[in-house]
Write a protein that binds this ligand. Structure first.
Ligand code: ADP
Ligand code: MG
Length: 694
């Protein structure tokens, strides 16, 4: 696609899209007009016929229509609006808790109303709570939907109807400009004519379409697209790339005695699990096939050390290692560990982050090219142009879920020699189901560290509502005065009306005042790097006893003396994030640690489940399973938010039956139809920057 055409296709040029709309659409991952065509409904409703009230059953949503008999506002503890509706067959009460007076006024006796919602049994018979409704005059008739009604995932500031209209416009635009019209028998679009028709079908399925199939993602029109998307992701995956291009990996056959020296120098022995995974990894490194290995291990299981062993091995074979971290804090933490470990071994470890000064950066660039840097630890800055390695043999990606397809990809591009691809080790504390891994990577070996270093006691977790706040503050004081250290985690930096979360800054003020005997520190993502560093350093040394912080500490901060953590507004966080955070405590051998979840009432059912799970277990694998279960297999957007990958329609858990087929097809396309392979990648993955770094 040429550049000019791309500009033309920018979503801002679509009818009905203003600057504000554009930014909301961008938030949904919609940048081009055809992106909008690919923004598919996540569910459908059948509003194609009116059900007589008397026939309407409970629990399944229905469309009903009738006359408003009366509307009243009553106070029963809280304000409520009741409207009585009669349709000649039966009576229904519409009940609302949140409403404007104007709404009350509009629901006038004698007018007609059409409601869509679920009927439940109420005190006066059938009722609908907060249905969607339309009021109209008796003499007017309003049309009934002729298709199933699509419901789209949307974002604040972009109403469902507006989004629907934009998508309709995008389909029209594609039609007029002959976009997305390729027909390919192979692609099974033929049933619908072409790709565009397939999309149109899914945006507006005829009423007779099997709704259950649609909801479960099993409709043939969906399956065609799902498979295509999976194929596109697999085409991007490292291992296929190796296979397709016949790349080899740097073979690191030299086994250095320094490995033993290094292990000797540690104050502890490797755990059995660390030994086991190191065998697996070192086996790969000896081989000529580029390693693509996922190293899973719960927080605190000692993944970093295993990564260090791999980097040492690479260095012994004259290869450089790049270590990619999602945050500066984590990168610095690793720099400290690696520098300590490798101090006496003559290995040169350097740090490159976004805050590097021009001069520093220049030096790093020089030394990298000369090969005098053995290990480069850094953040996204490593992806920048001009960062070239002399002989990159290994990339280690830490806490992988924060990085997207493109970055993993571009690290492979940074490979040392032509036709060679560096080994890649991906370390994560978030267990990734096999099926997901397969989609992200095409295929991937997995190593698991399934034990913690000895003496680690599970973190005891409990929860309290916000009303316990004062007691909690007192308790924190007691604990810290005995010489222990504590984190107090907030989910926002500044007060925001919208989010109501306790802000770290406010809290810092509050706590500092309430606890004059303690030294309290504050760290959040908006601090300058040196400020951040100095606060964390003080906390490490014990000059600060209580650290008020945001989720910036989620990954990597390693202060074993910290044994208490308070998490404010835990209801805002997903299970894996809570688990990550909690992993900052419980790091000291033979010491009890505690985590308190200080939540805001009322809790939603889901939030309550998450909190209960946190109280019940510290096992990362169990937590990950529960997480997927709570998200529900159909929750593609949940998976998307988890940052694992950016999928439009496929759900590798739900669609696991298509994975093998998709893999075969990806290989086939990659070999025999490179043009189409490219089209698919551009279509489904495009040029989106898909990392989520907070
Ligand atoms: P994670 O797997 O979460 O990245 P780290 O690598 O940060 O865990 O390790 C957590 C802590 O455990 C570090 O302080 C590390 O030095 C220590 N550690 C690693 N391996 C062992 C071991 N075999 N015995 C004792 N402590 C260990
Ligand atoms: Mg780690």
């Amino acid at each position: 696609m040429n550049e000019e055409f791309k500009d033309l296709q920018s979503i801002q040029n679509l009818k009905g899209v203003g600057p504000k709309g554009e930014s909301s659409l961008n938030n949904l991952g919609i940048f081009s007009i055809s992106d909008a065509a690919f923004h598919l409904p996540f569910r459908y409703e059948d509003r194609s016929y009116i059900t007589p009230i008397t026939d309407a059953s409970y629990q399944t949503p229905v469309l009903i229509e009738g006359e408003i008999m009366k509307s009243t506002v009553v106070f029963r503890g809280r304000r409520m609006l009741f409207s009585e509706i009669y349709d000649g067959t039966g009576k229904l009460t519409m009940r609302m808790f949140n409403f404007a007076m104007a709404q009350h006024k509009a629901l006038e006796k004698g007018k007609m109303i059409r409601c869509y919602g679920t009927i439940t049994p109420g005190p006066n018979g059938k009722q609908m709570i907060h249905p969607q409704y339309q009021v109209f005059e008796k003499e007017d008739s309003i049309e009934i939907e002729k298709n199933l009604t699509p419901i789209y995932p949307t974002t604040s500031g972009l109403q469902q109807n507006k989004l629907k209209k934009i998508i309709e416009n995008s389909l029209e635009y594609c039609d007029k400009n002959n976009l997305l019209k390729e027909e390919s028998e192979k692609k099974e679009y033929s049933k619908y004519g072409n790709l565009l028709e397939t999309l149109k079908f899914l945006h507006k399925p005829p009423v007779e379409t099997n709704l259950i199939e649609l909801i479960e993602g099993k409709h043939p029109a969906q399956q065609v697209l799902i498979k295509e998307e999976l194929v596109a992701h697999m085409l991007c995956a490292g291992i296929l790339k190796n296979e397709l291009e016949g790349r080899t990996g740097p073979s690191m056959t030299e086994i250095s005695l320094r490995e033993d020296d290094f292990l000797e120098s540690l104050p502890f022995d490797l755990t059995n699990a660390q030994n086991k995974v190191w065998k697996e990894i070192s086996g790969d490194l000896l081989d000529k096939i580029p390693m693509r290995r996922l190293l899973q291990g719960d927080v605190g299981s000692g993944k970093t050390l295993v990564g260090a062993l791999a980097a040492l091995h690479a260095q012994s074979n004259d290869y450089q290692t790049a270590i990619l971290c999602p945050t500066e804090i984590l990168a610095e933490q690793h720099l400290t560990s690696f520098s300590n470990w490798f101090e006496d071994l003559g290995i040169n470890v350097m740090l490159l982050t976004g805050s590097a000064k021009a001069k520093e950066r220049k030096q790093i660039v020089e030394h990298l090219a000369k090969g005098t840097i053995d290990i480069l630890i850094g953040t996204h800055a490593i992806f920048q142009e001009g960062i070239e390695f002399k002989n990159l043999g290994l990339t280690i990606i830490d806490e992988q879920h924060r990085f997207g397809v493109h970055q993993r990809f571009s690290m492979l591009e940074k490979g040392g020699k032509e036709n060679q691809s560096p080994h890649q080790l991906i370390m994560t504390a978030t267990p990734i189901p096999r099926t997901l891994a397969m989609t992200v990577y095409g295929s991937l070996e997995t190593s698991i560290i399934d034990e913690l270093p000895p003496g680690r006691n599970p973190v005891q977790t409990s929860s309290r509502p916000d009303s316990y706040r004062e007691k909690v503050i007192k308790r924190v004081e007691e604990v810290c005065l005995t010489g222990k250290r504590a984190y107090w985690v907030c989910t926002l930096i500044e007060d925001s009306d919208e989010l109501e979360a306790q802000s770290a800054e406010e809290l810092y003020k509050e706590i500092s005042t309430a606890l004059p005997k303690l030294k309290v520190g504050l760290v959040h993502g908006r601090l300058k790097k040196d400020q951040k560093d100095s606060v964390i350093e003080k906390f490490r040394k014990g000059d600060i006893q209580l650290l008020v912080c945001t989720t910036v500490i989620e990954v990597g901060v390693d202060v074993p003396e910290a044994t208490l953590m308070i998490i404010e507004n835990p209801e805002r966080l997903g299970l894996s994030q809570l688990h990550q955070l909690r992993g900052r405590v419980g790091r000291k051998a033979n010491t009890d640690s505690h985590c308190l979840l200080l939540y805001k009432e009322p809790l939603s059912g889901l939030a309550e489940e998450r909190i209960k799970t946190m109280e019940a277990t510290t096992d990362g694998f169990q937590i990950a399973e529960k997480d997927l279960e709570l998200r529900g297999a159909g929750d593609i957007y949940g998976i998307r938010q988890s940052g694992l990958m950016d999928l439009k329609i496929a759900n590798p858990i739900r669609d696991s039956n298509l994975l093998l087929d998709a893999q075969e097809e990806a290989l086939e396309l990659g070999k025999n139809d490179k043009d189409f392979a490219k089209t698919l990648v551009e279509r489904w993955i495009g040029n989106r920057v898909d990392y989520s770094d907070s």
